[in-house]
Design a protein around this ligand. Structure first.
Ligand SMILES: Cc1ncc(C[n+]2csc(CCOP(=O)(O)OP(=O)(O)O)c2C)c(N)n1
Ligand SMILES: [Mg+2]
Length: 334
């Protein structure tokens, strides 16, 4: 990208990082699906195909030390914090090279080292936990921000409202990110929610700004994230952001998503975050060759990770006694 083409607040390097991250998430999850079809992924999994701009934008804007809290749809957020593709695919395949040596699986990806403070399968459970982590930062005077991702359906769970109120009254450095993909499992969110925007329309109840963004636009996500993190670090308290998006695949791996009206997927695919971002970069003067090189590097990375995972052994049975509270080595204790 030549210098003269970049005239706004996002540098050329950051833009390429946003592109690379989105492509990495897409390729890794498409590979996860292929491996599932080969019967090599154990247990269920939930993909974020189509939702990559949210994970990329929020993660690229983070600093080291910031903490991510994910749902069972957590591969993208985990990878976006820098966890290697091999670690994630190995975990999905229950191999010894997996992030948690195969003990956690798709729905429990955690890497304290990367600030990924867990993936939670119980809807809403992690919102109060993110508040707890933010309270710790506030108490210690650290500048770490807790960033908590969840879906539209989660806004109808009590824990959402408890966490929002708690964060607001204590001005906690926590950023709540609702990924509104229009569905909670197989139910359109609009059929079961009293307001049009499940997160943003409830923000006023907690004295917060109503923020709705295009979750398929990585630049808009990044700018929103930066603003929210700055507010949190200034001590001005939480933000609640509703990012509009759409998942390209079903809710979980076995769901063919037949409940969606005809043409809906196709119209959202026209707004594919990666296609849109590639087109923007080309318009800004990035050469096609630069983008093709990134694409190829990511393809090679995912292929090498797949080969390593297929060759990796299953974990030995004795690891069942490690990483438990009683072994004295539990990384979360402090
Ligand atoms: C407390 C609780 N109730 C129900 C479920 C079953 N469940 C799993 S995913 C899901 C839908 C959540 O939808 P949303 O919050 O929109 O997230 P998305 O899957 O779209 O990312 C439900 C109800 C659960 N895991 N936990
Ligand atoms: Mg949803």
């Amino acid at each position: 990208m030549s210098k003269k083409t970049v005239t706004d607040d996002i540098s050329a390097e950051v833009r390429l990082e946003l592109y690379r991250t989105q492509v990495r998430l897409r390729e890794a999850e498409q590979r996860a699906f292929d491996l599932f079809l080969q019967n090599l992924v154990k247990g269920t999994s939930h993909l974020s195909l189509g939702q990559e701009a949210i994970a990329a934008g929020f993660a690229v804007a983070m600093q080291k030390g910031d903490l991510s809290f994910c749902t069972y749809r957590g591969h993208a957020h985990t990878l976006a914090r820098g966890v290697p593709v091999e670690k994630v695919l190995g975990e999905l395949m229950s191999r010894d090279n997996g992030l948690m040596r195969g003990k956690g699986g798709s729905m429990h990806l955690t890497s304290v080292e990367h600030g990924v403070m867990g993936s939670y399968a119980i809807i809403g459970a992690h919102l109060p936990i993110a508040c707890g982590a933010a309270w710790r930062a506030q108490y210690r005077g650290d500048s770490d921000v807790s960033v908590c991702f969840f879906g539209d359906g989660t806004t109808n769970i009590g824990a959402f409202h408890e966490a929002l109120n708690f964060a607001a009254i204590w001005k906690l450095p926590v950023v709540f990110v609702c990924e509104n993909n229009l569905y909670m499992e197989y139910t359109p969110i609009a059929d079961v929610t009293a307001v049009e925007h499940p997160a943003a329309d409830r923000a006023a109840a907690y004295g917060l700004e109503r923020i709705i963004i295009d979750g398929n636009d990585a630049d808009e996500v990044l700018r929103t994230a930066r603003k929210a993190y700055e507010r949190a670090r200034r001590g001005d308290g939480p933000s609640l952001i509703e990012a509009m998006t759409y998942r390209h695949s079903g809710h979980s791996r076995a769901d063919p998503a037949k409940y969606r009206p005809e043409g809906e997927l196709e119209s959202w695919k026209k707004r594919d975050p990666i296609k849109m971002y590639r087109a923007r970069l080309l318009k800004l003067g990035v050469s096609e060759a630069v983008l093709n090189t990134i694409d190829q590097e990511i393809k090679d990375e995912v292929e090498a990770a797949t080969v390593a995972c297929k060759a990796a052994p299953a974990p030995s049975a004795d690891i069942i006694f490690t990483d438990v509270y009683a072994d004295g080595g539990w990384a979360w204790r402090n």
